[in-house]
Design a protein. Sequence first.
Length: 211
Amino acid sequence: MQLRNTPTGYGLVAIAFHWVMAVLMIGLFAVGKYMTGLDPMAPETFAIYQWHKSFGFLVLALAVARLAWRVANPAPRLPAALPAWQRWAAHLGHAGLYAVLIALPVTGWLMVSASPWGIPTVVFDVLPIPHLPVGEAFGTKAETEKVFMALHEYAGFLLLALFVAHVAAALKHHFLDRDDVLARMLSPRPARAPDADADTDAASSLRASGD
């Protein structure tokens, strides 16, 4: 069982992080848009907001854990034939995704903390989360809440744009470039493949020692 990343592919842990967070973010985005049209005084609205906040904090915890795992387990190398500008685009896109995955729940946390309603957050009805000390940073509490609400919404649309670009890039790699960039996020099998570059380096070393 390949748990860790290798130069040729992703391990099971990185793959699990990727797909679990993708499903969570799609669900949270859809529910978030749905919530805006609900009656704020309805009992079911309160329950939906609480579940939205609970899964938002779960995403925040997973994003931090995923970033730590990425630091300890560098991502596989990009295909050698990939142009330099596409390499930079890939790195910037991934950095943007990590940043927004953290910024989105944090802005939601700030919004809840600034709300004049003062409604407590209890993650999955088990773990109480304290409000952040934002006070009246942008005037009144209501005005401060509106600022963080706007930031939360903008972060959501930015995530959607990055998500679409990410999917488009993955499909391009699979159908046009015909490389294994998408395949290695679907299975840890590429991570167990021989490292062609390492084999080349070893062969060069053997030839050099023979000379």
